[in-house]
Design a binder for this molecule. Structure first.
Ligand SMILES: [Mg+2]
Length: 369
């Protein structure tokens, strides 16, 4: 691929409104952007979804920077890459650090697609020209505020509503939502806020006809989830527990879930995400693409992977305007009637806007072979 340089940028962007999950509340989005340049001056872009604090998983903006700078980028100089599919094996002896790996691999996929003059989704083998999207709504101060937000997003056409739950903000809240919106596609995400002691409490969710309950139990568990799934009619979807195709294989073998949320960063990149997709398609498990409050660059990668045929459930890839006053790309991601039209331009299909990227860059560092 004739790499010329790799630039890392530490970014800070203020979100339109704070986002609250069972981990806490977030106002500013800190993340790393990766730009990989080839010898002809083309750029490929990637985004690390690691957060500032190690709350979602063990990675952070700081650890990602270090791992990329000291380990992953030097490996790319040592072994010439001819196809981004090779990247995961080049990185394979570095344990975990999946979000760091994914950010670099994602930039290489974008660059590769541009070198081929093809849209990334085609390079990945995607078929859809538009994708269905839902929306994820954080924990609110009041049920009435939640209901009015849902009203707004249902009116905007989002194909399913996901609400975050935690102990003390669950059954009554879901009951109120169902009461007001009896027919919407509704799901809940617990971000590991429960244990098996809550099994009877969680079984109460069965009465609300939810599409799924996402990651109710520990972030690193697949055993207890299997026990819980046996007691629930509602499908369990695993998010935090699945870091690889191997994890997916084991979870499916145990009956720990009936749906998988595929996040590119969590599983170490597009190649691994595609492998998990292929496995789930073969096993008959629907998958969907989760979100990590990405800027437009990460959002564009999510759109590309969602074009694969097994992504049959609406994902979390909302419009840019959901999170940002102005996104880093042109045009911004827009949703019409719950659908995003997949761009046909080469690579990610959206153009990163350098002035805006500069505006939100706290510091940057460029590496050369
Ligand atoms: Mg989740």
């Amino acid at each position: 691929m004739q790499l010329h340089s790799i630039t890392l940028r530490a970014m800070s962007m203020r979100m339109k409104s704070p986002f609250t999950t069972s981990f806490g509340t977030q106002w500013d989005k800190h993340f790393i952007l990766v730009e990989v340049r080839d010898k002809d001056g083309r750029s490929g872009w990637g985004e690390s979804v690691a957060m500032k604090e190690p709350f979602y998983n063990e990675e952070t903006v700081g650890t990602n920077w270090l791992i990329m700078k000291e380990f992953l980028i030097p490996l790319l100089w040592q072994k010439p890459v001819s196809h981004p599919q090779e990247v995961s094996s080049i990185f394979s002896h570095i344990r975990r650090n999946n979000m760091a790996k994914s950010a670099l691999e994602g930039a290489l996929w974008d660059l590769y697609a541009k070198q081929q003059n093809l849209p990334l989704y085609r390079v990945l083998g995607g078929e859809r020209t538009e994708i269905q999207v839902g929306i994820s709504i954080g924990i609110q101060d009041s049920v009435s505020k939640l209901l009015s937000l849902i009203e707004r997003y249902v009116t905007e056409g989002y194909r399913r509503i996901k609400i975050k739950i935690k102990p003390g903000w669950d059954l009554d809240v879901v009951a109120a939502v169902r009461n007001r919106f009896p027919d919407i596609s509704l799901m809940v995400d617990a971000n590991s806020a429960y244990t098996l002691d809550d099994i009877d409490h969680l079984a109460e969710l069965d009465q609300f006809n939810l599409m799924m309950i996402e990651q109710p139990l520990a972030h690193d568990d697949i055993i207890d989830h299997a026990a819980l799934q046996k007691k629930l009619r509602t499908p369990i979807c695993l998010d935090e527990s699945i870091h690889s195709l191997e994890d997916a294989r084991k979870a499916v073998a145990l009956g720990s879930c009936r749906i998988i949320n595929i996040k590119i960063g969590r599983v170490g990149g597009l190649a691994e995400a595609r492998k998990i997709h292929d496995f789930c398609l073969q096993k008959g498990l629907p998958v969907w693409c989760g979100g990590m409050l990405e800027s437009g660059i990460g959002r564009a990668h999510n759109i590309a992977i969602t074009t694969l045929p097994g992504f049959t459930l609406p994902g979390d890839t909302a419009a840019s305007s959901r999170y940002w006053e102005k996104d880093l790309i042109e045009p911004e991601v827009t949703v019409e009637n719950g659908l995003i039209r997949v761009p046909e331009r080469p690579g990610l299909g959206y153009e990163p806007v350098r002035e805006r990227i500069d505006e939100f860059t706290m510091y940057s560092e460029t590496f050369r072979p």
